[in-house]
Design a protein around this ligand. Structure first.
Ligand SMILES: Cc1ncc(COP(=O)(O)O)c(C=O)c1O
Length: 338
């Protein structure tokens, strides 16, 4: 079996998670509610420091609904230049909402209030109205980097000053909270809306939540239905998420230790450049191979990674990879690309 580090989405639900799914109490969540989904939404709202939460089949749908409830057609959304919302969601900002992205490049994807401020333009008859600001924490293409709480607050202060909402793409917000040693609400509560995923570090087969005010979540329920995201006996899915909050979230720091073990092996190799990871993502810059040739060689040697640029690889640690396996993968990568 290869060591699969392509993403933290490759995890398989454990036997215990599957049992929780099989035994879930369910109802029709589009008609009059599913009790297990209701329990998850209440728990997530509290955990994230918001009034209400709504369950979605994917992070993309929850992220886009977060934008759709806040930013109007023809308005600008300020976001970091490598944001998932822009690059990996099938052009949805434009295709669904007619929202114009305004990009700000930030070192390691860490957007600050000052950087956002620098991108703002005075109102004029030519310039679209600012409709919102989005922050990604942790930042995927930045290499799992963490935006500190004070920095997030700085961005929110700019949003407040401009009278616009701030959305957090928190697909890996759990990892950010672990790295910052704070409760999830300390990060998530800073946003006007926040998306969190269960299908990444938490090992669930499906699912994300969007959280925010009761009013915004009422509007989000309408958009979710319009996007085809109204689900019936969704308790079968949300039971896995409840299980993950109890049994998987507490061990998330192990993934960070595994990423560090992997990077430590690579750092001994002069032809590879891997920075110490902040969370569970290791970016590897190659000096000899292209990403495509390196990936083929590594697959042959039993380690799976993905390209993230012409000479950059991404390796992600997760629930199904131990610290020892991650270190072994690091040694294989170093040896194979020597
Ligand atoms: C930062 C970030 N946001 C959003 C998403 C979208 O989540 P999903 O794949 O569940 O649509 C991802 C997925 O990898 C992600 O990494």
């Amino acid at each position: 079996m290869p060591i699969d580090l392509r993403s933290d989405t490759v995890t398989r639900p454990s036997d215990a998670m599957r049992r929780a799914m099989a035994e879930a109490e369910v109802g029709d969540d589009v008609l009059d509610g599913d009790p297990t989904t209701g329990r998850l939404e209440a728990r997530v709202a509290e955990l994230l420091g918001h009034e209400a939460a709504l369950f979605f089949p994917s992070g993309t749908q929850a992220n886009q609904t977060g934008i759709g409830v806040s930013v109007a057609r023809g308005e600008e959304l300020v976001l970091e230049a490598g944001a998932h919302l822009l690059h990996y969601e099938m052009g949805a900002l434009g295709a669904l909402w007619g929202v114009q992205p305004r990009l700000v490049s930030a070192p390691d994807g860490i957007l600050t209030g000052e950087l956002v401020e620098g991108a703002l333009r005075p109102a004029s008859p030519h310039v679209p109205r600012l409709g919102g600001i989005a922050v990604e924490n942790t930042h995927n293409s930045g290499g799992g980097t963490v935006t500190p709480v004070a920095t997030m607050r700085g961005v929110r202060a700019v949003a407040d000053r401009c009278g616009v909402p701030m959305h957090i793409d928190g697909a890996r917000l759990w990892n950010a909270a672990v790295a910052l040693r704070v409760e999830p609400a300390a990060v998530a509560g800073i946003g006007t809306t926040v998306m969190v995923s269960f299908s990444k570090g938490l090992g669930c087969p499906v699912g994300s939540c969007l959280a925010g005010s009761r009013d915004r979540m009422r509007a989000a329920r309408v958009l979710r239905k319009r996007l085809g995201g109204g689900m019936r006996q969704s308790g079968v899915l949300t039971a896995a998420c409840l299980y993950a909050l109890d049994h998987v979230l507490p061990r998330l720091g192990d993934d960070h230790a595994a990423a560090q073990a992997l990077a430590a092996e690579l750092q001994q190799h002069p032809h590879l450049d891997a920075r110490p990871p902040a969370t569970n993502i290791v970016m590897i810059d190659l000096q000899r191979d292209t990403a495509d040739t390196a990936i083929a060689k590594l697959a042959e040697a039993g380690v799976l990674v993905v390209p993230f640029g012409a000479t950059r690889l991404r390796a992600v640690t997760h629930l199904d990879v131990t610290v020892e396996q991650a270190a072994r993968a690091g040694a294989v990568i170093a040896r194979t690309l020597a």
